[in-house]
Design a protein around this ligand. Structure first.
Ligand code: LR7
Ligand code: MN
Length: 543
């Protein structure tokens, strides 16, 4: 009997696993019903795949590439940190796999989408990757959406890398007189853009089927959105085009190091439609679409940042904190050659440049949280980062939210590092705040001396909690005059959140301050008034 039941369970389990696998396979399968011959439903993006395809003129690709050819015996990785031989061999118009979820193919867009200026800055990019970036844009975008392609040659060794490409329709070329870095180069490109929407791309990308419409649609609906595609991977060895995960968003750690991370589980569970946008705390930085007036209104970029790095944090914080939003659109896919090292030099050195740029972002946007940046990146302290007064003025003018707001509303998953617990007395005049478990909070004569203090008067401040063993200071209601008492600690409970405000202790949510009317009145919360003796809680550190 038992054997039969065990067998039945085993059979049911196998059937369930097979059923799940079949379901998943169905869900990822490209849409190829026999009646559908629509190329948009095919799983390969032909050179002119999707609803795109436009004249690329009669550009002599062979002549352009032969101007710079790898010599026999040369290391194909040396100059660009990817396999140049493989890139050159591929040609500029190869077909790549359409990596979108199949449901993306049936999403529709407005017929009157505005056109965009595509801005590509580069410094000594390989000719074959640069050309493939441009060609893929022209071939896989509806012609009416491409206003122009603006190349900003950031003082590459050979001016012809850029100049020759202007033979291709719509392509314009700007050349810097000296090396500026990608940040100032992009601002320069945006400055001559004639489209109302800006699209930024790295110089070694390959856009995929119908990549542009979803992004322009979102920005057209709401000009404060700044949107990115899912960034697929082009192998630096063999240039294979590989699909990236569709469950990732941009994140960072306190050293301001960018990383891809899983979408939080609650958001993942509530995503019933795989074509929906993904909110992201930061963008990778190289590939995004933004309304031009919004870009200008928000202060473009911090043009005192040099060469490479950090500008994506500065832009991301600014967009979120000053009234916009950032999202990744899963129905838009763009491939990018990810490399393991920078193939170009940094005039001031790589590390110093990254520190200068991220320090500027931290100093202008991170408020009191910049301390965690400095703790995570101690070498940043004392390094010069120039004047930030213009950016501070910009932040004030735009009336932006605080970094605390950003953390609470946009990136609550970023853990605030454990602070060192500090034990102290909370002394008011000659009296000390004391408690004997719940329901007995009050002021009493200070009973300790030196390092020896009774537990009842010893408080540990670990923001936002003020604790004594497992109990924490909590308000009983959010209005002025409400009593304060001890409760089991719960850092998520808004009633237990405090922060120091000068000598006072402010309850974070109500904004009111801990008060005790002399002599030894019950602890309550009242309107904060600096200098009020009854609100002054001199901490006396014990360790
Ligand atoms: O001095 C320079 N001048 C330039 O014009 C240095 C670079 N550049 C150009 C360069 O040729 C390239 O087209 O700027 C572009 C970006 O430089 P990469 O490709 O060396 O940067 P990356 O791909 O390693 O870096 C990512 O982070 C950067 C931070 O400053 C930029 O925001 C890049 O645009 C960004 N790339 C992407 O987001 C693509 C996805 C990669 C990821 C994650
Ligand atoms: Mn890149």
């Amino acid at each position: 009997m038992r054997r039969i039941r065990a067998n039945a369970i085993a059979i049911l389990t196998v059937a369930w696993i097979l059923g799940t696998l079949y379901y998943l396979w169905q869900d990822n399968k490209p849409h190829t019903s026999p009646s559908s011959n629509d190329p948009a439903h095919c799983d390969t993006a032909s050179p002119g795949g999707g609803h795109g395809g436009q004249q690329t003129g009669h550009f002599d690709e062979k002549a352009y590439l032969s101007g710079k050819q790898l010599k026999a015996g040369d290391d194909p990785y040396r100059e660009h940190a990817f396999n140049l031989q493989e890139s050159d061999r591929l040609g500029s118009e190869r077909a790549i796999r359409d990596t979108r979820h199949y449901r993306c193919a049936s999403v529709t867009f407005d017929t009157d989408l505005p056109s965009t200026s595509v801005i590509i800055t580069f410094h000594n990019e390989a000719r074959s990757t640069l050309l493939r970036t441009i060609k893929s844009v022209l071939l896989r975008s509806p012609s009416s959406l491409i206003q122009e392609i603006i190349l900003v040659d950031d003082f590459s060794t050979d001016p012809e890398d850029c100049q020759l490409l202007t033979q291709i329709p719509k392509v314009r070329c700007l050349r810097n007189e000296r090396r500026e870095g990608l940040i100032r180069s992009r601002v320069r490109g945006a400055g001559i853009a004639s489209g109302s929407i800006l699209t930024f791309l790295d110089s070694h990308c390959e856009v995929n089927t119908d990549w542009l419409q979803p992004m322009i649609q979102r920005v057209k609906e709401d000009h404060t959105r700044v949107v990115s595609p899912i960034i697929d991977v082009i192998s630096l060895d063999n240039f294979a085009y590989l699909a990236a995960s569709a469950d990732l968003r941009g994140g960072f750690d306190w050293s301001l190091h960018f990383k891809w991370e899983q979408i939080p589980i609650e958001q993942k569970m509530s995503r019933t439609d795989p074509t929906q946008p993904i909110r992201t705390p930061v963008i990778a930085g190289g590939i995004f679409v933004m309304d031009k007036s919004w870009f200008n209104h928000l202060g473009q970029y911090d043009t005192h940042m040099d060469i490479w790095g950090g500008e994506n944090f500065e832009l991301s914080f600014r967009v979120w904190m000053c009234g916009g939003s950032l999202e990744i659109l899963p129905c838009s896919r763009v491939g990018h050659v990810f490399r393991k090292r920078h193939p170009y030099d940094f005039p001031e050195g790589n590390a110093l440049t990254y520190i200068k740029n991220t320090r500027r972002a931290a100093e202008v946007w991170m408020d009191e949280y910049k301390q965690y940046y400095y703790t995570a990146r101690p070498s940043a302290q004392g390094k010069s980062f120039g004047s930030i007064s213009e950016r501070i003025a910009l932040r004030r003018k735009l009336n932006c939210n605080s970094f605390r707001w950003y953390l609470e509303n946009v990136y609550p998953e970023l853990k605030i590092p454990e602070q060192e617990a500090v034990s102290s007395m909370l002394k008011q005049g000659g009296l000390c705040l004391e408690s004997h478990g719940t329901d007995s909070l009050g002021l009493g004569e200070c009973k300790g001396s030196g390092a020896i203090w009774p537990q009842s008067q010893k408080w540990t401040l670990v923001e936002p909690l003020i604790r004594q063993q497992d109990l924490c200071l909590a308000i009983t209601a959010f209005s002025a005059g409400s009593k304060v008492r001890m409760e089991p600690c719960n850092p998520k409970d808004g009633r237990q959140k405090w922060k120091p405000k000068g000598p006072a202790l402010q309850h974070v949510v109500s904004g009111l301050c801990l008060d005790s009317q002399p002599p030894a009145g019950p602890p309550v919360i009242t309107q904060c008034r600096p200098q009020l003796a009854s609100q002054s809680w001199e901490p006396q550190l014990l360790n």
